[in-house]
Every structure is written in C-alpha cells, then in structure tokens.
Design a protein around this ligand. Sequence first.
Ligand code: NAD
Length: 493
Amino acid sequence: MEQFKNYINGEWVPAISGKTFLNYNPANLEDVIGEFALSDKEDVEKAVEVAKAAFEKWRLVPAPRRGEIMRKVGDIFTRRKKELARIMTREMGKPTFETEGDVQEAIDTAYYAASETRRLFGATVPSEMENKVNLAFRVPVGVVGVITAWNFPIAVPSWKILPAVAAGNTVIFKPSKDAPHSGVIFAEIMEEAGIPKGVFNVLLGKGSMGDHIVSHPDVRVIGFTGSTEVGRHIAEVCGKNNKKVSLEMGGKNGQIVMDDANLDLAVDGALWGAFGTTGQRCTATSRIIAHKDIYDKFIEMLKVRTEKLKIGSGLEAGIDMGPVIHRASQENCERIVKIALEEGGRLITGGHKMTQGDYAKGCFFEPTIIADVKVNDTLFNEEVFGPVLSITKAESFEHALELLNHSEYGLSGAIYTKDVNRAWTAAREIQTGLCYINAPTIGAEANMPFGGVKGTGNGQREGGWTAFDIFTEWKTVYFDYSDKLQRAQIDNH
Ligand code: NAD
C-alpha cells in the first residue's frame, strides 16, 4: 500500500510516533488510497520550530522574489492539472471536471499572489509636523496555521497558503483527514517550485492534532475552513491566546426565484448549486425560495432535470454527481430527510441511500428535493452538506427576502429576476457575504473577497486583495528629519 508522509523542513518524514491512518475512496470503500502519517503534538512542535526559524530568513526575501516562486507554483499546478484532478476525485468524490476547476482556482490564486507581491501597497500620509514623514507598511505576522475541510482540497488551502507565503509568513498546513493526499500534492508542488526549507510544512492527521497547532504559542495566525462548531472552538482558543484568526464556516444558502425569472436559467442554477459537489460546498444552494406564481411549475421543471442526473464514481466520464464523503454523511442525509417529511415536507424526488449494485460499495445518496418546507422546519435551518434541497413558497418579493435572511448563517444568497429594481434591492438587503444576481449561490472567483457574515465567518475575507489583510499586520513608521524634539498633539496646538 502506498505510504504518505509529513513534509517538515523540506524532508518527507513519518509521524514521530510511527502511527498511521487509512483513507478510502468514497465511491468505493474497497479502494484504499493509502496509509498516511498520523501526526500528534510532537510533530506539531517540530514543525513550528522549523517554521519559526525559517520565518527569520523568509520575511527578508524581497516580496517580488517570493512572488517568482508563487508563479512557478501556478505553472506546476497547470502542468499537473488533469493528473491531480484524478487524485482529488479518488479521495473526495466529486467528478473530475469539478476537481479540474478546483485546481484551476489554485492556479488563479498562485498567479494573483505572484502579482500582488509587486504591489502589497503601503501608505504615506502627511505628518502633523514639519520635516517628518509618516509611512505604513504591511509586514508578515510569523508562523501561520492552515486548517481546512476536504471538499475543495486544493483550492481552499491555496486561498490561505499562497497569500500567506507570498506575504512573507511561513506555514504549517493540516489538510483534512478525508483529503490528505491533496495535502501531500501541495507540498510536492511547493517543493518543486523551490520553496526554501521550513517555509511550508504539511502535517497529516486528525482534528485533535489541529488543536495543537491552534494552541501553540508560536503560531501567530490561524486560517480555518470547516464547520461552525469547530470554528467557534478555534476562535475561543485564539481569543485566549491573542492570535489572529480567519474563520470560513458553514452555510445554509438560499436561491430566490421570482415570478418574472428566466425559469430555465433558474433551474440550471438550482441544479448546479444544489447538486454540484454532491451538495457538499459551503456555498451549496440548500434552500430554494420560489414565488407562489411559479412555485408548482418550477418544482416540476427542477424534478425532471434532477431525475436525469447521472450518479456514480467521479472518475468515470459523463458523471454529474459523485458520492458523499463517508457513511456518516450518508446517514445524516437519511436522518434529515426523515425529519423533513415528519415535519410536513413533500418528497418530490430522491430521499434514499443508493444501495444497488456497485453503488453499495460507495457512499451514494439520491439527489433529493423536498417541497413545502416551512421557515421553522429543521431542513430550512440546519446545514446538511449533502444533496438535499428544500423548496419554500414565497408570497411576495419582500417575503422572499425575509425567508432568505432567516438563517443563522450568511455565506451566499442568489436571486433570479429580470426586474432591475428588485435585483439591486436584493443585492442590498440579502444578509450574506456573497450575493449572486441571476447566477447560482456557487461560483467564487479567486480575485474577489470571499467569506460570510453571521454564523459563517468572523469578519475576515479570503480571496483577492483582502486575503492579505489576514496574513499581514501594519507597521507605522514615523521618520523625523527635523533634528529637534517635536511633540505630537502638543507643540503645534
Ligand atoms: P470540520 O470542521 O469537521 O473539519 C475542518 C478541519 O478542522 C479539518 O481539517 C479537521 O481535521 C479540523 N479540526 C477538527 N477539529 C479540530 C480542532 N478541535 N482543532 C483544530 N482543528 C480541528 O469540517 P469538515 O467536515 O471537514 O467540512 C465541512 C464543513 O466545512 C461544513 O460546515 C462546510 O460548510 C464548511 N466549509 C466552509 C467553507 C467556507 O469557505 N465557508 C468552505 C468549505 C467547507
């Protein structure tokens, strides 16, 4: 069986304890992907020690030279795109056309980070006093801990790792235990691009190991993507230890379909938003809010298209939707469907685990639509992270907005309408970090801020220029060339 190790200080090393864990293909649990290092506290301590030492040199490398490595990272991801997509699909299930998109997002992020190293603009500001210059610079923070979910195993880590490293920090990356091979790939690519020893390190393992990264006093920033439950815990630990933290957490994203919408387009959006990545995206469309005048028609149109989706291993050509990540997720989908029907939901299609033939070997769940879901129902409020879509009737535009905003989360929201006034009003009123007009709730671009409000985030934004706010701090420099004591707020008042 293939063995996968940690990457620390430019070396491939087993966990200090020698322990390992196995990972499986969710489309076929008989397919064991490999044996992975099971890291613990000692491995974290070793990695932090080398990352801390490497920071002292890396922070002094001119930013555009750091950017050259980022550009090479983009080139290598481009060269390996198709090969990597198959590796990623094998470990997390989504079809290869989606994993290729996942890699493309890392490519875009790498080139963006490379170009940003020639900007990283500071500021010069007039001084209150004569013969004095005031400047502010962005400076790197130190060792960054990156902890991520498995559903975008290359793209999401790239959003954190590449800006952090480009800005002069060093990184310890803990990929999800469900996508560890992608973490290994990241290290291979950084190594080939020429990243100096200790600047980028990968520790494979489980959540408990992540806890040691978060609580280590020499890790100064945490970039986290995962569930709200774990994110809240991380925020508490970071708060106590006075460290920066960026949290990208759960979602319960809604798509409004108004009476004047292009219904074919709205169906395309709902289908891709709800069942792309098997509904396992933080931005997945999990609630359709349809205007009463098109409610029945929209449900019928969506049902017909959903029932045509081809389900299977994402490694096979022509598959629209792969498995969910593991058996527990399959059970969770079954549980939530049962509750939704008990609470008065109407099953339109799907609703079951797929257990016939080859499907039995994997973790497949039918693409599921449940209509007549009400605002206080469990399915309307709980993140499923699977292919289960609710549909709720809205009496009016205002009612649709009210329903959409009824959520503890606030990642993404969408509206389909041809009325420009309603579109702009919705863009203003929808309480999410991302808002789409006539497009599904998914589809982030690498050069734009990404993140959510309410229970989804803590005010930080990944992506684009805003990612650099997470991984830098401002240093203010007062440069006085007057040759005399000038007292701010005193001498010139
Ligand atoms: P998860 O919270 O279980 O795990 C995320 C990561 O945190 C994993 O690497 C895990 O090992 C680690 N972890 C677990 N416990 C930890 C602890 N105590 N200390 C430190 N690290 C710990 O989430 P998941 O099941 O992998 O992913 C699904 C969730 O991620 C969903 O809620 C989804 O909405 C969310 N997600 C959010 C975004 C976003 O950008 N907002 C993107 C993708 C996924």
